[in-house]
Design a protein around this ligand. Structure first.
Ligand SMILES: [Zn+2]
Length: 373
């Protein structure tokens, strides 16, 4: 899906588009949709004209916080397999008394009750409001990223509002999956199949229904097909179909993500003579690769290894835990890729080679000091 956002940032994305004109009091729906159609130009959150954007982000944030409240339920109940997600309703884990609706308002109720159950006064973990706040912030950021960011990446700028809204919904789904997987993996060292397998099955279906999710990667598959098959042949016509190309992109993403981490697990088992990678991580990468495409899958794995090495040493210093959950690092990598794939690719393949090349040219004596050239 990020593939749809893969284009490099550039000034060209806003060229040819009329910057929105904001009158003093902007509240009408018509104007806000006009703003969305034409895309915002430079400074966004300034003056009264920013009202539709602020309102959209506030509503998305509140929606996210409500979803976060449901994610708390998922995080608690999914690993405890005997519990249904919908029944019984929310209840205090200590006294088991049902939590009434006015004590179940995201973030606010926890603050008003001072972090304690109204009935038995036992403390309620700060993690509940934290997850609600986190989900709200990430949803609002995803909405800004897909709808209002200026300049939009060249690919995103070419998409209609409906497509960008659809991409936001896919982002929202993935963010929810990332949050639930991360916290369950922290607590139980598993990532439930209800998240990973259902997501992996869903990914190619979403690709077939909404090819825009894989727009950029699918273009790559179509270009490859143009080289392999004769123009006008039935094979060429099949690959030229954007839905077929998007499904191929999704399946290849799954294969790359799941296959590579499985290979890492096998290699690690030979090297360390113990289980190095859980099969839950393999299924989790199938989900991420299936939605985000093969390029993102490779980069997620690379970033997760980097984060794992960095934070892993830190965690080892403070805990005696021989096992470190890899899921949270995969989630962190996926989060970075969701929002900054273009920048990460730019850094890895342009900025970094230029910088390190410059260092190499300066010679082994060091940087461009007085002795260097
Ligand atoms: Zn209680």
């Amino acid at each position: 899906m990020i593939d749809a956002d893969f284009g490099k940032f550039g000034g060209s994305s806003t060229q040819g588009r009329r910057p929105p004109q904001f009158p003093g009091n902007v509240r009408s729906k018509a104007l806000s949709s006009d703003l969305l159609r034409n895309g915002p130009a430079a400074p966004l959150l300034v003056g009264s004209g920013s009202m539709p954007i602020v309102l959209t982000l506030v509503w998305t944030g509140l929606f996210g916080a409500a979803i976060g409240s449901f994610l708390n339920v998922c995080i608690y109940r999914l690993p405890r397999e005997c519990m249904s997600l919908v029944w019984p309703g929310s209840r205090c884990p200590k006294c088991l008394r049902p939590i009434r609706w006015f004590d179940n308002v995201p973030i606010l109720s926890w603050v008003l009750l001072g972090g304690r159950c109204r009935a038995c006064k036992s403390p309620i973990s700060i993690r509940y409001p934290f997850i609600e706040l986190l989900t709200g912030c990430l949803f609002a950021f995803a909405a800004w990223h897909q709808l209002f960011r200026a300049p939009l990446s060249s690919v995103a700028a070419s998409l209609a509002l409906a497509d960008r809204t659809l991409l936001f919904l896919v982002y929202a789904y993935l963010l929810a999956a990332l949050i639930v997987s991360t916290f369950i993996d922290f607590d139980f060292r598993i990532i439930p199949d209800q998240i990973t397998l259902s997501g992996a099955y869903l990914a190619p279906v979403v690709a077939a229904l909404f090819p825009v999710v894989h727009a950029d990667a699918a273009a790559g598959f179509q270009a490859l097909a143009a080289r392999l098959f004769e123009n006008g042949s039935s094979a060429h016509a099949l690959f030229a179909n954007p839905r077929v190309a998007a499904v191929l992109s999704s399946l290849f993403g799954m294969l790359c993500g799941g296959g590579l981490i499985y290979a890492m697990g096998v290699f690690g088992k030979i090297l360390f003579r113990k289980e190095a990678m859980g099969f839950g991580d393999v299924k989790y990468m199938c989900l991420l690769g299936g939605f985000m495409g093969w390029k993102a899958a490779l980069l997620i794995l690379a970033l997760a290894c980097l984060f794992g090495a960095g934070f892993g040493i830190f965690i080892k210093l403070f805990t005696r835990d021989p096992y470190i959950a890899f899921g949270p690092y995969l989630s962190l990598g996926a989060l970075c890729l969701l929002f900054w794939q273009a920048e990460i690719v730019e850094f890895l393949f342009t900025t970094w080679p230029a910088w390190s090349g410059g260092l190499l040219r300066a010679g082994p004596g060091g940087g461009p000091g007085p002795g260097g050239s």
